[in-house]
Design a protein around this ligand. Structure first.
Ligand SMILES: Nc1ncnc2c1ncn2[C@@H]1O[C@H](COP(=O)(O)OP(=O)(O)O)[C@@H](O)[C@H]1O
Ligand SMILES: Nc1ccn([C@@H]2O[C@H](COP(=O)(O)OP(=O)(O)O)[C@@H](O)[C@H]2O)c(=O)n1
Ligand SMILES: [Mg+2]
Length: 215
């Protein structure tokens, strides 16, 4: 008579692993070309573009109870409390059906950064940073013609100050983690996009392309 060996059947693992979305933060001063380049990235690399500024402006238009507060802060070039902005970002992420996001113009200060990390537990894949002189950014904003209430000399100066004092430290935070991909954004749009493409193209594809060229 043989011995019956009982093998315990392993219960199915109750923890479900949900894949976190891929997030790239797109930062740079006002007018550095974040929105313009994000539109190009979307076309080529399948990301969904979420501009924090656009979401806040849509919230004003929707007649929400926060609308007046947001409008006043934007007019003053101030940064809206992250609670408001993060809710808008999360809603847009859920509604998109995508799992790859370019988050443009966020985080703009330490409060934005820490709150996003605490609420979503998402770490950015990397930070795309558009580097441009104030002189060039001001010229671009004054030619933007989108009817924005904050695109006037007085508010622009305030936005530059906030950028230097509050937003650059966020870039430095990610710099220390080796996550910043800095782009010279003072060049023409197509040249800036060439540099952007190099950041988004996987290294093996670059090699493939190179070997095709020399064959
Ligand atoms: N590389 C560039 N050279 C010249 N003008 C640019 C360039 N990139 C963007 N612009 C223009 O500058 C303005 C600001 O660009 P935008 O993408 O809205 O910047 P941001 O989102 O960083 O404020 C727009 O009118 C845009 O058409
Ligand atoms: N994370 C963010 C992003 C924008 N904003 C507000 O929205 C304004 C416009 O942001 P934006 O990203 O559309 O501006 P640009 O950098 O594109 O010119 C900022 O100056 C802030 O007042 C904010 O409060 N918090
Ligand atoms: Mg923009």
């Amino acid at each position: 008579m043989g011995t019956v060996v009982e093998t315990p059947v392993k219960e199915a693992d109750a923890t479900v692993t949900v894949k976190k979305p891929t997030v790239v933060f797109v930062l740079g001063g006002p007018g550095s070309g974040k929105g313009t380049q994000c539109a190009n990235i979307v076309e080529h690399f399948g990301y969904t573009h979420l501009s924090a500024g656009d979401l806040l402006r849509a919230e004003i238009k929707s007649g929400s109870e926060n609308g007046t507060m947001i409008q006043n802060m934007i007019k003053e070039g101030k940064i809206v409390p992250s609670e408001v902005t993060i809710k808008l970002l999360q809603k847009a992420m859920e509604e998109s059906g995508n799992d790859k996001f370019l988050i443009d113009g966020f985080p703009r200060n330490e409060e934005n950064r820490a709150a996003f990390e605490a609420v979503t537990k998402i770490e950015p894949e990397f930070v795309l940073f558009f580097d441009c002189s104030e002189e060039e950014m001001e010229r671009r904003i004054l030619n933007r013609n989108q009817g924005r209430e904050d695109d006037n000399v007085e508010t622009i100066r305030k936005r530059f100050k906030v950028f230097l004092e509050s937003s650059l430290p966020v870039v430095q935070y990610y710099e220390a983690k080796g996550k910043v991909r800095k782009i010279d954004a003072a060049k023409p749009v197509a040249e800036v996009f060439d540099a952007v493409k190099a950041v988004f193209t996987p290294k093996d594809e670059k090699v493939k392309h190179y070997s095709c060229t020399i064959l």
